[in-house]
Ligand binder design. Structure first.
Ligand SMILES: C[S@@+](CC[C@H](N)C(=O)[O-])C[C@H]1O[C@@H](n2cnc3c(N)ncnc32)[C@H](O)[C@@H]1O
Length: 217
């Protein structure tokens, strides 16, 4: 079985701390923890999934690579049942922004303040950024990744429990710089908003938002 991570997961891997003890939530085939352990970047990992099927694939890959002493599989909903004090990094990749927000909200604790979070929403990136701001998470770094014709955001976040507010355009494009793949990400956001602006009830508000984003280009 192929252990190599794709471009999106490689971008997530780059944001994980060196020597981390990682909890990879929604691990599926455990490609992210397996590639990080094989490259010697992290010490240990918990490969977590809510479904048994994906965990069976994860276990097969971990066994094939003889990594049973380094990666533990955990059948769990989000971060529930994990001991946060033994974890330095949490990755939640390849899920909708609202589900990632729910997973973070359901286990929110002071322990979060020592954890490096790496998040990759597949949809509703804006909802995730809004949750992060309203719940005291700071986006330290955010990059855009183009893969198979789609553009994704991958973000590194920390927690200090202090909620804050941003201008509306920030919830749409976050900390993504308007260069390279970031430019493509922002163009995708504008084109989605342009489609939404066809709704007459929203047209004026969305036109203002699009102008706010275009000013940043
Ligand atoms: C599309 S896969 C993403 C796999 C991998 N993280 C990636 O980015 O390629 C989503 C995985 O999340 C799992 N999942 C969904 N909800 C979850 C939850 N609440 N807690 C843990 N895992 C969950 C699913 O079973 C599935 O294996």
């Amino acid at each position: 079985m192929k252990a190599s991570a794709d471009k999106r997961l490689l971008a997530a891997a780059e944001l994980i701390s060196d020597s981390a003890v990682l909890a990879d939530i929604g691990t599926d085939h455990a490609k992210l923890p397996v590639s990080l352990i094989l490259s010697g970047r992290i010490k240990r990992a918990f490969a977590c999934d809510i479904n048994e099927g994906p965990l069976l694939f994860a276990e097969a890959l971990i066994k094939e690579r003889k990594l049973e002493d380094k990666i533990t599989t955990v059948l769990t909903d989000g971060l529930k049942g994990l001991t946060l004090s033994e974890i330095t990094d949490v990755s939640i990749c390849g899920m909708g922004g609202e589900l990632i927000s729910d997973i973070l909200k359901n286990s929110l604790s002071e322990e979060y303040s020592r954890i490096n979070f790496v998040l990759n929403p597949m949809t509703r990136d804006d909802a995730l950024r809004r949750f992060l701001a309203e719940n005291g998470f700071i986006i330290e770094k955010e990059t855009a990744v183009v893969q198979s014709g789609r553009v994704y955001s991958v973000m590194k976040a920390s927690y200090n429990g202090k909620p804050y507010k941003k201008e509306e355009s920030w919830y749409q494009i976050g900390e993504i710089a308007p260069i390279g793949e970031g430019k493509k990400y922002i163009e995708k956001v504008i084109s989605r908003l342009e489609k939404q602006s066809k709704n007459p009830n929203e047209a004026e508000k969305i036109a203002r938002l699009i102008n706010e984003i275009k000013e940043k280009l």
